[in-house]
Design a protein around this ligand. Structure first.
Ligand SMILES: O=C(O)CCC(=O)C(=O)O
Ligand SMILES: [Fe+2]
Length: 301
């Protein structure tokens, strides 16, 4: 039987009693979608999925948007994230998510759900390394002062890949500068409201990926800079942080609309880590008919 057990921490729930390698019933999908809205992160232990099964599960949530590099041979919709080098070549994306971010904020339809399925997790003295850290942005939003909420109303964050790359270059990454990116990979700046109505919960949630936002449209430049700095500090308060420590077979999915995340590079090149990644965009969940049908199938079961 499908069971959803909250972590008891600021976010997240563990989901058992479901085999993600098989198509989900509408009732199970509806329950998972509702829990995903409520907890922001779902942990499904003991799911070692074939890439095509992983992609089929994620396609229930939205259109799949794979990364161009390091595709899994089993599905073009699944990518590999890993520090493993074979025959002198990286087998997966070696430095994914090394600073705080949301996935795909720089596309017209923003990223919704990202999932990682763990195949190899580094351990030292029995302790898992390379945990993924998250911010419970819904909780942080609920605590924002009324004057900040008022200031954010009607404003837009201008999201760009180049802003993100410039921040990681400062941290030592060799990511290309905008002029060095091939034309077909150049991404224009995209505007998204600073406050979203979450499509599943109906709650107002801050959409502030401070490492992707160049400025807030609708404010004076200095006001925008000060507010972005405030929102970064506010979201990063330790009380909103949650870490997922991986075990092989875990499938963890997170809601990019209501969380931020960051990888933890606390392991060496000899300590191998390999996860398979899939990502669903927010096209489906923006459709109220889709949400209504999914949630009513859950309650009818
Ligand atoms: O490897 C991780 O812990 C997170 C990587 C990441 O940011 C992603 O897959 O979107
Ligand atoms: Fe990410």
């Amino acid at each position: 039987m499908l069971s959803i057990e909250p972590t008891g921490k600021i976010m997240g729930a563990k989901v058992t009693g479901v085999d993600l390698s098989k198509p989900l019933s509408d009732a199970a999908f509806g329950k998972i979608l509702a829990a995903f809205g409520a907890y922001g992160l779902l942990h499904f232990p003991k799911q070692t999925l074939a890439a095509a099964e992983h992609a089929a599960f994620m396609a229930r949530f939205g259109e799949i948007h794979g990364m161009p590099d390091y595709k899994d041979p089993g599905s073009p919709d699944v990518n590999i994230v890993s520090n493993i080098i074979e025959n002198g070549k990286n087998v997966g994306h070696p430095d994914a998510g090394m600073i705080w971010h949301k996935d795909m904020t720089y596309t017209p339809v923003a990223g919704y759900a990202t999932s990682l399925n763990a195949f190899k997790i580094p351990r030292r003295n029995g302790q898992a390394l390379g945990g993924t850290r998250f911010v419970a942005v819904q909780a942080a939003t609920d605590d924002l002062p009324a004057d900040v909420i008022e200031k954010l109303q009607g404003t837009y964050g201008l999201h760009s890949v180049e802003k993100f790359n410039s921040v990681i270059r400062q941290a030592g990454s060799k990511r290309a500068t905008y002029s060095d990116i091939p034309d077909d990979r150049k991404r224009p700046v995209r505007a998204h409201p600073m406050l979203l109505t979450h499509p599943v919960t109906g709650k107002s949630v801050l959409y502030c990926d401070f490492n992707h936002i160049e400025s807030i449209y609708g404010l004076e430049p200095q006001e925008s800079e000060e507010l972005l700095a405030f929102l970064a500090d506010h979201q990063m308060k330790p009380k909103y942080l949650y870490t997922h420590e991986w075990d092989e077979g875990d499938l963890v999915m997170w809601d990019n609309l209501s969380t931020l995340h960051c990888a933890t590079p606390d392991y060496t090149a000899d300590e191998h880590r390999l996860l398979k990644r899939c990502q669903a965009m927010s096209d489906k969940v923006r459709n109220r008919g889709f949400i209504k049908a999914a949630l009513s199938a859950a309650s009818a079961a």
